[in-house]
Design a protein around this ligand. Sequence first.
Ligand code: SF4
Length: 428
Amino acid sequence: MTSVATAISLSARPGGATSTCSPDLAKGPWEFDAGEALRGAPAYGPGASSGDHAPSSTPRQGQLPQEYKDATEAELHERITAAKEKLGNRVVVMGHFYQRDEVVQHADFVGDSFQLANAALTRPDAEAIVFCGVHFMAETADILSREDQAVILPNLAAGCSMADMADIDSVEQAWAQLEDLFGTEPDADGRVPVIPVTYMNSSAALKGFCGEHGGIVCTSSNAGTVLEWAFERAQRVLFFPDQHLGRNTAKAMGVPLEQMPMWSPRKPLGGNDAATLQDSRVILWHGFCSVHKRFNVAQIEKARAEYPGVRVIVHPECPMEVVDAADEFGSTDYIRKAIAAATEPTVFAIGTEVNLVNRLGAQYPQHTVFCLDPVICPCSTMYRIHPGYLAWVLEGLVEGEVRNRIEVPPAVATTARVALERMLAARP
Ligand code: SF4
């Protein structure tokens, strides 16, 4: 299988055939760390989120030592392997489904963010958890792991543009306005006016906010169960940061679209009138994933025209019209299991991040598996975890130095854990 990174570097050469969303993808991520330092403003780097606005509070990555930038892929592979061997059980490496293959091949566990945070719990012997994902995932691992375990994010600039679309200040302002409007008294059935629900793809501060305000966390696998839990306790839900997951899930549960107003931060009442909010069931935060926003109905029509009988499965972070046009929608885990469970050779057109789709294609050669988006455009921030950074943090551990530790303040971790535990208890 040609990895996405290899395909990108081949396409960036003169005469290369494959199109990419940015020729800058062929450069090392450190070139953008340096660029950010010069411009003084953080950015997500090339890839699907490159056009999104990165908040000024986005963590910055210091310069990677030159020896890691100059090393070839083979040299980095050897250095990572050697460092892992020396560290043995002292370290556990987590690789998210969307991570590049050059990194995933060194992972002890591969999965989605919550699977990986849970997998870390099975390794209490490890002194360090190296999380090859993005910032909110490392925070979740830190919340769930032992206090003396160090959670490491190899490149601090690996954030998540969707998670950054809802910050704690904007959510607190929204909450204050909703409390003014609805009050805090429960109705005759004991249901409070509103409950906050945050997607796993959010900062620890937002998970903590939910824990503190009777709310809960959801994943793309359990969003329906979590919304049912919330509707038993509240008249309506404030759902952040991903509008698409909220809308697609609530719509599948029968909530009418007109009862799902959008909340635009920085506008009074989120850009709504009071009557609309009073009548709402799910108030959707104006957030989205730039990877899943790339999928559209025309791509599905094209796949159906080229492959009659194709099975189209998309992620619930895709826009509603894409989910409606697909045959099925579900989390990365759902997609993986659907392909694994197909007993006859099948053509699958998948609407999720390209690294995972290509890996599934290689893993199940009896099927034809392709990404609905024909342009190679990975998640910008996952792409910031280059093997050079992984080698740097692992060799740091060998030398006794913990680099790029992610630590959630204890007060935030305590309330965030409450919201995560409610989610686990809500699981059917
Ligand atoms: S794929 Fe989307 S939601 Fe996932 S880390 Fe990337 S930007 Fe964030």
